[in-house]
Every structure is written in structure tokens, then in C-alpha cells.
Design a protein around this ligand. Structure first.
Ligand SMILES: *Cc1c(COP(=O)(O)O)cnc(C)c1O
Ligand SMILES: [Zn+2]
Length: 481
């Protein structure tokens, strides 16, 4: 029964501005620094207390907690002390997020790629993307805040490339009063599946013409000037929740990540930030001994982070880019909000693990979609961003950035079904010119109608079964046994 007990440790959080170092108390809502406009990371001032437990001690705690029957500790909060240890049990929102499986590639795919690889299926989260990890934490924080402050109404807003709004609307719908959810989408720039999600969750869905970056600026203005809770990745509590990805990877491999190379698509750069922060935290506590390598992946149509890191250190200069249409639409961001976080964490990461520990590779649209098709033809459920990761691995191999003994763990950030429209455009050869994609017929697939559409009418069921069976036999050339 002991393992059902809620953890006793409590942290004390401060927002730390990455621009000017300003610190602000963690028990209120801040998104950008009031002094310099910079973004924050959250820091637990009691963190030293966690070091009183050994790395082995922590591994034992998390392994033991894997057996818990307490639903609050069954998702990302298995790693409660490493995430946001200020919440009480009642604050925690659990919708089944986290603890997603890592599925090793089949022998055939591994042979084709020439590298040991596996997918972590973050599409198996409740709203079918990794964004649920962050929302579980951000909404637990909002519940905690509302409880402490007796707030009777909070309006949550986010701009989204599709999945943030799906996740935000889902969690808001579950929590209910005093939260209400509004999402702001770039009109026509999210997939129909992604659009159906906040609509189905009952959120208010507002649209603007333009792209994600335009919507982001609008919600930033709103968050600065009105009483709304922002759920974009400027919300540092989301980043904290997303660190759970790193903790899960480490535990999956029995806390030995020394030969891993993680491939992560970069859009707004919140995910890659969180993953690095999570590994650094575990390393600091001795939970892991070596840091794994991290490969960020960007499309040539939205590649500001790649451009930055592709230059020698002394010539690096960050500039936003104008995005072009991308099948990796959830990562189609020209001015990532979390870029300063990436920069700060990469410095720490490479100082500990060497310059080779962090890379960004750039991939072509054609390779992204074809890598997704390739993965899914081998039993995976990768979205286009998951395809982007495989394209990134192939690129890294080509550029000799990865050696044959490393295990590549690719982030399938969403479920393939959310992005089936991009698969369909490939199969039907209907990509608008802007994508620069020329489908190959051998990768195409379509249903084959065996009999004319009127073949069923006026024919009894038994007779029709015979006709149908004969049609299958003819089409496939089956031999009698
Ligand atoms: C949000 C998202 C991304 C991009 O993640 P960032 O944290 O913005 O870098 C990639 N893939 C999917 C499916 C997403 O929803
Ligand atoms: Zn600042």
C-alpha cells in the first residue's frame, strides 16, 4: 500500500528570465519577463534537497512507483519530484497521458535504414500528441492556482498549429469550472482531424487568416493586457510537464541512455527544450550517468534553429525565417518562442557531454513524407513530424553524424491519423506546388473496387458472396488448395 502514498517532498519554484536573469515567484502566472520580454524557465529552489537521495535511490523510487494504483501517479506524475512538486493530490489532472511505449523497428526497417532505431509513440496520448504531457502539468497548475486564490473564472487561450489547441481544449473540458477554453487557429492551416478536436471538446474556436506565427503574436498581446491564461509554450509549466518524455525514455532503458541518440522535430522548440532539461535534471541527480545525444530536426521550409546551429560558434546569429508550406505542419514555425531556452540548454548540455551531444539536421519535404510512409509501412503510427525524425536520422547517417552502435529513438510526436490528409495528397498526387513534393508511384496506395457499384442490387447474399469471392480470386490470382 505504501506505493500508493502521495510524495511528501515539496519544491519552491521561481521563474528565471533567460534574457536578464530576473526572478519572479512561481505561484503566479508569468509568460514573458516584464523587464526585458525574455522567456522563462522554472527553477526549484529546494532542488538541493533532492540530492540527499542517491541516483540509485531515485531509480528505486520511480521503479517502485511504477506499481502504484494511485491514478494521480500513473501518468507523468510518476516523476512527481522532478516535475512540479508543489501540487497536492487533488490538483493533479490525469487523463491517461504519458508512459507511451517505445517500439523497436522491425528487422526489415532497421536493415533498410542501416541503423538500430525505435519510435516512441507519443501519438498514444489522449489527444494523440505529446502536447498532453505539458497540458497535464499546466492544467494541474491552474487548478492549484484557482484553489489557492479562490478564482471563480479563468479563460485559457492558445494559438496552435493544431495539437496544442486539441490538448488544451480536452483538458479544459475535463476540468470544467472555473476554466473556459478559447483556441486561436490559423485559418485552413490545421488538419481537419485537428480542427475536429477542440470543436468536439466544446471549446470556443477562433480563426485568423495567416500562419501560426501571426496567431502567436495575437495571443501574446492578449496575455499581456487582459486576464487570460496563456497555454502556449511561453507557459513554463507546460515545458516542465513535457520533461516527462526524457524521464520515461531513461526508465524504459533501465536508466542507461549512454548509447541513445534522440531525434526530435523542432517547431516552437518547447519539446526539445523540455527533453534536454529533463535529461540534465536526471544527470544532476545521478539518476543517469551519461547524457544521450539529441538531434533536432527541421524542414528546409521552416528551419531557423538549423540555420543558427549550422554556423560556426562565433558566427551564429539568430534570425526568424518566413515559413513555406510543410507536411510537418505542426512544426512549421519560423520564429520559435523557445529559441532562447534551446540556446541556454544547449550550452549546458554540450558543456557536460561535448559538442557532438547536440545537433540540428535539416531535411527535405520529400524525405519527410516518404520517411513517414516508410515507417508506417513497417508497422509504426508516425505522424509527419515522426517522419521528419526518420528523415533526420537518414540525413544524420548520410552526414556520418551517428555511428552504427547508437540506438536512434525517434519521437512520433502525434498519431498518424491526425495527418492522414498529407498521406492522401501523396497517394493522389495533389500537393500544391509550394510543398515541392513529387510522389513516387511505388509508394502510392489506393483502394481497389472489385465489382461495379451496382453489382449488389438484385443479387441475393449467397450469390453475391460467390461473386465477391471470385472477384478476389481473379484479382489476386489465388490458387485452389
Ligand atoms: C507541437 C508539435 C511539434 C513541435 O513541437 P515544439 O515543441 O513546438 O517544437 C511537433 N510535432 C507535433 C505533432 C506537434 O504537435
Ligand atoms: Zn528579463
Amino acid at each position: 500500500m505504501q506505493s500508493n502514498a502521495f510524495p511528501a517532498y515539496r519544491g519552491r519554484f521561481e521563474y528565471v528570465c533567460l534574457g536578464c536573469g530576473q526572478r519572479l515567484p512561481g505561484d503566479s502566472l508569468f509568460y514573458t519577463c516584464p523587464h526585458c520580454g525574455g522567456v522563462f524557465l522554472l527553477e526549484d529552489l529546494n532542488f538541493a534537497e533532492l540530492k540527499l537521495t542517491s541516483g540509485q535511490g531515485w531509480r528505486d523510487i520511480f521503479d517502485e512507483r511504477a506499481k502504484t494504483a494511485n491514478p494521480k501517479l500513473r501518468g507523468i506524475f510518476r516523476y512527481y519530484e522532478l516535475l512540479a512538486p508543489i501540487f497536492e493530490e487533488e490538483d493533479i489532472v490525469y487523463l491517461g497521458e504519458g508512459l507511451t511505449p517505445i517500439v523497436a523497428a522491425s528487422k526489415a526497417l532497421e536493415a533498410y535504414v542501416g541503423q538500430p532505431l525505435a519510435y516512441k509513440n507519443d501519438g498514444q496520448n489522449p489527444s494523440a500528441s505529446f502536447k498532453d504531457r505539458g497540458m497535464a502539468c499546466a492544467f494541474s497548475f491552474l487548478k492549484w492556482l484557482c484553489r489557492k486564490n479562490n478564482w471563480d473564472e479563468v479563460l485559457t487561450v492558445c494559438a496552435s498549429t493544431g495539437d496544442t489547441s486539441a490538448a488544451a481544449a480536452l483538458y479544459a473540458a475535463y476540468v470544467g469550472e472555473p476554466l473556459k477554453s478559447v483556441v486561436l487557429l490559423p485559418h485552413g492551416k490545421v488538419t481537419p482531424e485537428q480542427l475536429s478536436q477542440p470543436l468536439g471538446s466544446g471549446a470556443r474556436v477562433l480563426e485568423l487568416p495567416g500562419v501560426f506565427d501571426d496567431c502567436m503574436k495575437v495571443v501574446e498581446l492578449l496575455a499581456e493586457n487582459y486576464r487570460v491564461a496563456l497555454l502556449n509554450s511561453k507557459n513554463s509549466w507546460r515545458i516542465l510537464g513535457q520533461e516527462s518524455y526524457a524521464f520515461e525514455v531513461a526508465q524504459w532503458y533501465n536508466w542507461d541512455v549512454s548509447d541513445l541518440a534522440l531525434f526530435v522535430p523542432i517547431g516552437n522548440a518547447g519539446n526539445v527544450t523540455a527533453i534536454m532539461a529533463g535529461f540534465l535534471k536526471m544527470h544532476d541527480l545521478g539518476i543517469i550517468e551519461k547524457l544521450p545525444r539529441i538531434f533536432g530536426v527541421q524542414s528546409e521550409h521552416a528551419d531557423p534553429v538549423y540555420r543558427y546551429y549550422s554556423k560556426p560558434i562565433d558566427q551564429r546569429n539568430y534570425a526568424a525565417v518566413e515559413v513555406k508550406p510543410s507536411v510537418a505542419q505542426a512544426a512549421m514555425i519560423g520564429n520559435p518562442v523557445s529559441f532562447p531556452r534551446v540556446k541556454a540548454l544547449v550550452e549546458k548540455y554540450t558543456a557536460l557531454a561535448g559538442d557532438q551531444a547536440f545537433n540540428v539536421v535539416q531535411v527535405k519535404e520529400q524525405d519527410i513524407i516518404e520517411s513517414m510512409l516508410l515507417a508506417n509501412r513497417h508497422g509504426h503510427i508516425a505522424c509527419t513530424q515522426g517522419g521528419e525524425c526518420l528523415a533526420g536520422l537518414r540525413k544524420a547517417k548520410e552526414a556520418k553524424l551517428i555511428s552504427a552502435n547508437e540506438l536512434a529513438v525517434l519521437d512520433a510526436t502525434a498519431h498518424s491519423l491526425k495527418f492522414s490528409g498529407f498521406q492522401q495528397m501523396y497517394f493522389a498526387n495533389t500537393y500544391p506546388a509550394g510543398y515541392g513534393i513529387a510522389p513516387k508511384t511505388e509508394l502510392s496506395n489506393k483502394p481497389e473496387l472489385l465489382l461495379p457499384e451496382n453489382a449488389r442490387s438484385g443479387v441475393d447474399a449467397k450469390e453475391f458472396a460467390k461473386l465477391g469471392a471470385q472477384a478476389v480470386v481473379d484479382r489476386l490470382g489465388l490458387q485452389k488448395k
